[in-house]
Design a protein. Structure first.
Length: 282
């Protein structure tokens, strides 16, 4: 009887020990996912997977683009090495939800800062000032918005960019909406469309692809101001402050301009100077 009691007591102690160990393990995982520091943890960052020059998942599984370069630099300043970064695809419609759910620590994905979005998320930056522009053939004579009257203007279905041009600049432009920018580029190359419109950074990224080098050019119009920021979960001001410091360092040490030239240069992209942190151009 005495031996049986000791055995039962030992089993109880062992069970309590295992439970405490499991609880401790769970707490560590929770802390690591919310940490803005490095160590042995991973950091999840939201990007686009389908925007050449900005955020692109390549066939070999690697990632490239200006947003990727910015995100990688920022992560390094937060204490993470490239092998500790997990890039997560965050489509435009799901960016606010991804941050609210905690799916990612921050998002760098052509994320224009707007008052409506600021009600749901916090932003660091801006880190790039883009403009709505036109992409045309390199030998095109289209140099201003009104030149589009009577011409075929392309953008993706659901985009407001082409509609804005048609309503405010060239009411006689023939609007063609296709399912992707790649389709618009094919149409531009074949001559079935005369111009493609969206943010100049996005246009430059597509035009900088190897198969399109030298075939297209940006018209250089500034039809809107798009202040790209890095989205962070609402209320996480500590991470916003750290990212802002990282962006300032990226500009001051020349890494920002180097990334701009590498990702947009082949399309003749004339970038704005690096925006001042916290300064939104209306």
């Amino acid at each position: 009887m005495k031996l049986r009691k000791v055995t039962a007591a030992s089993a109880a102690v062992l069970a309590l020990s295992l439970a405490a160990t499991a609880c401790g393990s769970d707490k560590k995982d929770d802390d690591s996912s919310s940490s803005a520091g490095g160590g042995g943890d991973k950091i999840k960052i939201g990007i686009k997977y389908d925007q050449p020059g900005l955020g692109l998942k390549k066939p070999d599984g690697s990632f490239a683009g200006f947003d990727v370069d910015v995100a990688t630099y920022v992560a390094k300043e937060l204490g993470y090495q490239p092998n500790q970064i997990q890039f997560v695809e965050t489509k435009s419609a799901d960016r606010e939800n991804a941050l609210a759910r905690g799916d990612v620590k921050f998002i760098a994905a052509t994320y224009s800062i707007t008052d409506k979005r600021k009600a749901k998320v916090d932003f660091a930056g801006p880190y790039l000032l883009a403009h709505q522009d036109l992409l045309v053939k390199s030998d095109s004579d289209i140099s201003k918005g009104t030149d589009l009257n009577g011409k075929n203007l392309c953008s993706v279905t659901g985009s407001t960019s082409a509609q804005n041009v048609q309503k405010t600049i060239a009411p006689k432009a023939n609007l063609k909406q296709l399912s992707s920018y790649s389709e618009c580029l094919s149409g531009l190359q074949s001559g079935s469309v005369d111009a493609l419109t969206t943010d100049d950074s996005i246009l430059a990224g597509y035009a900088s692809q190897e198969q399109y080098k030298g075939k297209f050019k940006l018209a250089g119009l500034k039809l809107s101001n798009e202040n790209y920021g890095i989205g962070v979960k609402k209320g996480d001001t500590a991470t916003v402050d750290k990212i802002n410091k990282a962006l300032e360092k990226m500009v001051s040490d020349g890494s920002w301009q180097k990334a701009v030239d590498a990702n947009f240069g082949p399309a003749g992209y004339k970038n704005e100077p690096a925006p001042k942190i916290g300064t939104i151009v209306k």
